[in-house]
Structures are given as C-alpha cells and as structure tokens.
Design a protein around this ligand. Structure first.
Ligand code: ADP
Ligand code: MG
Length: 702
C-alpha cells in the first residue's frame, strides 16, 4: 500500500511548503524530539499558499498526509538529523465540520472535523504496527506493516526479505515487532446540538501514538480525522453493514466554557443594553418557565443558579466552588420535572438525566469492561461529568445507585470524581451546578418528618445542597384558583395559536392570540437568555463590597446568637450566602456584590430554612434537622433519655430498664410521655438500645 501512495511531485510540493513556512517550528521540535513528534499545521496556512493542496487534504487525505510525512522525513534540521514527524492538520473550514448525526457515506475517506463531548475512553494499549514474523520452515524473519484491526501474516516467506519464498506458517515475535500506543474514544453529540430531548448519537474515534492519553471523559473537543468504515462481525460472519470510525489526525480542545454559545457583537450590545434595566432581575426571573405558575422562590433560586457564583482558586491549591446546588423535593405533579427540563434547555452546557440512569457510568463515572473496549477497561463519564461547566439537571435523584450516592459527595464539593479500578486511575472534572429533584418515598411529602427520612438520601449529602425546597401541594382555594386559571389560559393560548396556524379559515384573531400569549410569554426569549448567561459567566467576576460583607456577617452572627441552644446554620451556609450574592450581582453584569445582592441571598436562604429546617417546637431554624435529621432539642432529649436508661439499668437488679420507669423518670425531667415513646422507638431503630425482654431496655454495648 505504501508504495502505491508515494507521489514524488506531492512530496516536493510539501517539502517546499515546510521549508518556506515551518522551518522554525520544525527546529523547535528537534529540541524535545522524540517526546514531541508532531508538526501541527493550520489548514488555512496551507490554503493561503496552495488552495488545491489544501483541497486535496480534505478530499484525498490518506495520500496527501502520507506524502506530507514523507516530505518531513527529507527535511534536514540544524543537528543534521532527519525527523520522523506526524503531520497534524487542524482548524478545518466550517463547512467540513460535520455533526455526528449528519455523517453519511459520502464522508467516508474524507478529512472532516467532528465536534462533541467525550463520553468514554479506553485504556491506552499497544497496537502492533510492524509485525516481525518468523518463518517456521527456514527461520527467516519477515517484517510486515499492519493496517487493519486483524493481524495480517505474510502470504509467503518473502525472498526480498531474505526468506525462502515458500508458503509457510509464521510465528509472531513480539520483541522484534514495533508497537504504537492506541486508544479508542467515544464521542457524543454536544447537548447544544440536540433538540427536543433526542438521544445523542455517538461515534468511535481511534487515537494513535502521541495523541493518546490526553483527553478525558467530559472534555469538549473537535476531532479532525479521516472517516472510515469498519466491518461489523457477528461471530465469524462478516456483515455488509459497516460501523463508522474516525481516525484522528488532530484534536482541538475547547478550553473556554460556553464557547458553544456564540455571542456576536450585536448580541453583546443588546446584552449590555438590557443589563442596565433596573428591572433586569425581575425580567430574567419571569423568563424562566413562564408556563409554570407560582414557584416564586424556586424561580429565584434557579435564576441565581443559572448565573452561579465565582469559583475561586486559592494559593494553597484548594478550589472553592462557585456553582449553586439546588434540590427540589415534593409532591408528585408539582412541575418539578417540568422545571428541570426547562432549565436544561435554557442553560448552556447542561444535561438532563434521570437518577435511574441506564448507562454504567450512572450520574458520576465508572470504569467498565464493555463491548466498546473489546474486553478491556473503559472509563465512562456520567451526567455530572458531561455537564462540566454547566448545569446537571437530575430528576428522581432519590433513585440513584449506591455507587453514585457515594461518589456524589466528592462530585458536589470538590467537583471531581475519582475512578481507580484496574488499569484506570483518573480524576474527572465535574464543575457543574446540580439541580436535582426528588420524590418522597411515601408518595406525599410529610412536613413533620425530616427530609432525609422521606427521600433516599443521607443527611450528609443533603447538607451539600445550597438550597433545598420542599414543594407541598395542599388544597388552597385562592392558590388553586390562580393556578387553574394560569394552566387553563396557557392551554387556551396554545389552542388558539394552533387553530390560527393550522386551520385555513380561522375565526380567531391574531390579536386574541397575542393577548392570551401575554401570560406565558417570557420577557426574554430562551435563545437570548442563554447568550446573556453565557456572556455573564464568561466576563463577569463580581467582588464582595465591604457593605455586603457586613450585611452577611451581621445576619449570620446575630441569627446564631439569638438561637441559644440550636444551630441555625454552619459555615457551609455562609458560603452559600456568598455564592448567591455573587450570582445576584452577575445577573446585572455587575462586578460589585452590593448590599442588595447580599439581602437577596439572605432572603432566599431564609425562605429555604423556614421550609425545611424550622424546628416546630421552638420556632427556630435548626440546621441539624438537615444535617442529622434531628433537631438540636431532640438530640438533647435523646441524650437525657439515654442517661435515664443508663441510671435505671445500673440501679436495677436484672440490669434492664423497664419502660414504665423510663417514662416516669422522663416525666420528672419534663419530657412528655409521647415524646419519650417516640425517642425509645428511634433509639431502638438506631441500634443504640435494644429490648432483651418485652418492655425492658438495655444500652447496646454497655
Ligand atoms: P413532578 O415532576 O413534580 O411530578 P411534572 O413536572 O411532571 O411533576 O408536572 C406534571 C404536570 O403538571 C406538568 O404538565 C406541569 O406542567 C403541570 N403543572 C404542575 N404544577 C404546575 C404549575 N404550578 N404551573 C403550571 N403547570 C403545572
Ligand atoms: Mg417528575
């Protein structure tokens, strides 16, 4: 094959091109050769010099690149060496950037650029490039270049390599063969390109030599490569249907967040103009899921989540997340899923997934042995990694797998996911904001039970959320009337719109449609809002003003001071205040976090705590309710009961504490009988006490 490809004219064309334009670059590579062994060439540099040569790269890439590499071998560098370099072209014209979904057989054999999200990578492993085969008849060693996936043996013992010329059987000598590093990667369409919740399409990409080991699941990349087909097999049968495979020539990483969202100069002007509007915050909030009635605080939270706080890299190497994690827990049919879908369509780089994820990677990441890796280990990214730098909207998070549940702590706080299994040892980035929804285990939300008992999530994980909202659907005539009106009018608006656009002789007027659409029309179109958010996240990095610091500090200190024996919040919530306040400043594209921003953050957190951490007995906020599931007062009471049990056990003859005695003693200590009974149940469930005889208790391990 190599002989057929060789074209002396082409080689001299390339040689001249390299000498004229890439001499210094090649000289630089010499300094770190062979670690560096690729020459990267911008497509447009070739196009400027020789458009037809550039065109050839696209339409006839195999021979063109082969001869370019041959030409590179001819170039003598200052040290007198000749280097064997890979020719890696990048920055292909936009028209050759093809969506994975749009790939057709006409693209086979062409150089194209494919943009996508790295879903899986296999381990790097050696692949035979030049096989050394020993003839079993004469012992000669025959070298043969391998071009396919399946090993090719010499057809005969070639005489031109000093062999005996007979057909023979051969033995592969691995120590004399040449290998190349090889890695297989699966690329998935970027969610930005997906509309209407379509399943993303995927393509396998082959990486060789110095391209391997450089990309991780979750990366956004453009792979420039040659599309070819790969014959499918079923057992020993070869099928006529082929798989598409991209052999990578070069990879461009998209480092900048939100590159996918293009903001033109005109857009920028408009963004800056509307950001000056004193009502900008209200307008943006009203643009979020306008078909959903009410949910005012939730929409506040989501508005701030869209913009996010500022992630900080501290000099000691730690990183503080800026992303705001929000959890919605509530009754069925309260538009939680609807909200999540809406946000995932609106927010740049976002992914919508269900906790019951079907793929092996689940929500976080996993090392799996699968068909893709052909029996070898593959590292696969889950939703939180794929949503890096965006929002991961995870519905029914309570249904997630146990391995996800344990990985989620790290994913939410450190925003990384470590996978160490077999040959794979990787840390993937999950710098995303988590927007999660959960349904109560018992069907309906019970205001009087701690959240962690109602959804399948440990308190430690719940405390990682900056905001948790419980959505309770209780009949209320006023609210029900408004909600019903809103939903019914929204439907009517939709009907009139359909009627006018689909039926020929419509009796409905355009003006009627416009009037009806008023209530469901967002102030800003999602398209524009997405650009606004991308612009803000890219360009605005607000800083706390002294006044804002004072405001937050005062609230924090005074609320903690006023609550005597319960803890209304911990330093973790303090960080939440900062993030929310920063996001609030970002909404105005302001680089200053003002008192108003601080107050907005306080008011949102206040509402959240009121709903989920209000201790109903004392009327005070108590973060322990979220963190441990029981309030501080309850904890105190449990401790008192434990003391009572211990004392009675020590004093009694049989070493047990009778139920009636405990209740009596507790009453003297001021604890009502019903509370004592409740606590006994809980202590038993926790395994702190046990009941050796009915009606008698003992302390475990005492
Ligand atoms: P959940 O995920 O909370 O169980 P869904 O998001 O599936 O609920 O919502 C059920 C349906 O009820 C959706 O069609 C949604 O639009 C509608 N719905 C529920 N609450 C509201 C609301 N406040 N305003 C408008 N529509 C609502
Ligand atoms: Mg739902």
């Amino acid at each position: 094959m190599a002989k057929l490809l060789r074209d002396e004219n082409l080689i001299s064309l390339w040689e001249k091109f390299f000498l004229d334009h890439y001499k210094t670059e090649i000289e630089n590579i010499v300094l770190s050769y062979p670690e560096k062994r690729s020459l990267y060439v911008d497509y447009w540099n070739v196009d400027r010099v020789d458009p037809s040569l550039a065109e050839n790269l696209i339409t006839n890439p195999y021979p063109t690149i082969y001869n370019a590499e041959e030409a590179l071998k001819n170039i003598e560098v200052s040290t007198g060496e000749r280097l064997r370099l890979h020719f890696r072209v990048f920055n292909l014209p936009d028209i050759h950037r093809i969506g994975i979904r749009k790939l057709r057989s006409v693209h086979l054999g062409k150089l194209i650029a494919i943009e996508g999200l790295v879903k899986k990578v296999t381990e790097v492993r050696p692949k035979l490039q030049i096989g050394a085969f020993q003839c079993q008849k004469c012992g000669a060693i025959i070298k043969l270049e391998q071009e396919e996936d399946i090993i090719k043996e010499p057809a005969e013992c070639y005489e031109d390599q000093g062999g005996c010329g007979r057909s023979s059987s051969f033995k592969l000598l691995t120590s004399l063969s040449e290998f190349i590093d090889f890695q297989k990667v699966e690329l998935q369409e970027s969610p930005e390109g997906l509309r209407g919740g379509a399943q993303p399409e995927r393509i396998s990409v082959y990486l060789e030599d110095d391209l391997v080991g450089d990309i991780a699941p979750g990366d956004r990349v453009i792979v420039n490569g040659i599309l070819h087909s790969h014959q499918r097999r079923r057992g020993t049968y070869r099928l006529t249907a082929f798989d598409k495979i991209l052999s990578a020539i070069s990879i461009e990483k998209q480092e900048l967040a939100f590159e996918e969202v293009e903001v033109t100069e005109e857009d920028e002007k408009e963004i800056l103009r509307v950001s000056k509007d004193p009502q900008i915050y209200e307008k943006i909030r009203k643009s979020i899921a306008p078909t959903i009635y009410g949910m005012e605080v939730e929409k506040d939270a989501l508005t701030l989540q869209l913009f996010g706080g500022v992630a900080k890299n501290m000099p000691d190497g730690t990183r503080i997340r800026g992303d705001i994690h929000v959890l919605l827990v509530g009754d069925p049919g309260t538009a939680k899923s609807q909200m999540l879908t809406y946000i995932s369509k609106l927010a740049p780089r976002s992914i919508y997934a269900s906790g019951r994820a079907s793929s092996a990677a689940g929500l976080t990441a996993a090392a799996v042995r699968d068909e893709f890796g052909e029996g070898h280990w593959t590292l696969e990214a889950g939703a939180l990694v794929l949503a890096d730098m965006g929002i991961a909207a995870i519905d029914e998070i309570d249904k997630m797998s146990d391995s996800d549940r344990s990985a989620l702590h790290q994913a939410m706080e450190q925003q990384e996911i470590s996978v160490a299994k077999a040959g794979i040892n990787a840390t993937l980035k999950s710098r995303c904001a988590l927007l999660a929804a959960a349904n109560p285990k018992l069907g309906r939300f019970d205001e009087y039970l701690p959240i962690h008992e109602q959804i399948n999530m440990p308190p430690a994980l719940l405390s990682r959320f900056d905001l948790i909202f419980s959505i309770i659907d209780k009949p209320n005539v006023d609210r029900d009337t408004n909600l019903a009106t809103h939903i019914l009018m929204a439907h009517k608006a939709g009907e009139v719109h359909e009627h006018i656009s689909k039926s020929k002789k419509s009796t409905h007027k355009k003006s009627e449609e416009e009037r009806l659409m008023q209530i469901v029309k967002p102030v800003f179109e999602p398209e524009f809002l997405r650009k606004y958010v991308a612009y803000a996240k890219r360009n605005v990095f607000p800083v706390l003003t002294e006044e804002a610091i004072e405001t937050i500090k005062n609230y924090y200190v005074s609320l903690r001071a006023s609550s005597e024996d319960s803890i209304p919040f911990t330093p973790r919530q303090l960080e939440a205040f900062v993030r929310l306040a920063e996001a609030s400043a970002r909404v105005r594209l302001s680089n200053k976090v003002t008192v108003e921003d601080a107050e907005r953050a306080i008011s949102i957190i206040d509402q959240y705590l009121r709903r989920v951490s209000l201790d109903r007995e004392t009327g005070k906020f108590d973060i322990d309710i979220i963190a441990t599931g029981i309030s501080h007062t309850q904890q105190e009471r449990m401790r008192a009961i434990m003391d009572i049990i211990r004392r009675i056990c020590e004093e009694s003859k049989d070493g047990n504490a009778a139920r009636a005695d405990i209740i009596k003693e507790a009453e003297i200590a001021g604890i009502e009988t019903s509370k004592t009974e409740e606590i006994l149940e809980r202590l038993k469930r926790n395994g702190q006490i046990y009941e050796p005889v009915i009606g008698k208790y003992k302390i475990t391990g005492y």
